[in-house]
Design a protein around this ligand. Structure first.
Ligand SMILES: C=C(O[C@@H]1C=C(C(=O)O)C=C[C@H]1O)C(=O)O
Length: 90
């Protein structure tokens, strides 16, 4: 069990690294968007969910888990973009 948990912890640290890189791109997207209404793009959200669902299915990850994680991730990203936008507007 201890060895298994070490492997889980290692994967978690890699996921944190990848999510940190993703966040850098989100911050760049926030800089590019000129208007508040551009921050939440429903078509892009659906596009991401479709791509992630297909990738999850192919990789043997439960699609429902992937969709829940990405929905939450994108809500967090949108909140971050909103913070960046507000900070820039000051
Ligand atoms: C990064 C973007 O902004 C938001 C965040 C998204 C994400 O976390 O992938 C997707 C759609 C957007 O509402 C984008 O428009 O691409």
């Amino acid at each position: 069990m201890a060895e298994l948990r070490e492997q889980i912890d290692f994967l978690d640290s890699q996921l944190v690294e990848l999510l940190s890189q993703r966040q850098r791109y989100i911050e760049r997207a926030a800089e590019i968007k000129a208007h508040r209404h551009e921050i939440r793009d429903e078509a892009r959200i659906q596009d991401v969910l479709n791509k992630v669902s297909a990738a999850a299915e192919k990789a043997g990850l439960k699609v429902e888990i992937a969709q829940r994680v990405w929905r939450e991730l994108m809500e967090g990203s949108i909140a971050l973009e909103m913070d960046c936008y507000e900070a820039r507007a000051k």
